[in-house]
Ligand binder design. Sequence first.
Ligand SMILES: [Cu+2]
Length: 136
Amino acid sequence: MLANTAARPGLFKATLVAAPADIELMPGVTTQAWTYNGQFPGPLIALHAGDEAEITLQNHLSQPTTIHWHGLPVRPDQDSNPGDPVAPGANHTYRFKIPDDVEGLYWYHPHPHGQTSEQVYRGLTGAIRVKRRMQR
Ligand SMILES: [Cu+2]
């Protein structure tokens, strides 16, 4: 699970590092993958309805990349428009707010122009879970 480093409730703050890593899909067999934070699949992002999210992408790949929050209602300028690539070696912070009436299971993946499929095939993907807060 992706650790939340925010200092106040209602904010989810974290970093995803896109980088090559050796992973073991079959016992004893090493596969060279591209991962978020060295994991395949990438770490689960656990959010709550109403949360603000501030997630920084660090690109340690040899290609431009982005993160698309697949299915979540996120403003286009924060949702990894293929025309907003993050260059190799660069960082980018995505900021968005989860509406109060959203819950469910979503996923995140790269969406750079022309290189989305290669990056997903190499392993860049992860799940997003949005729960409603308990009513008091
Ligand atoms: Cu998608």
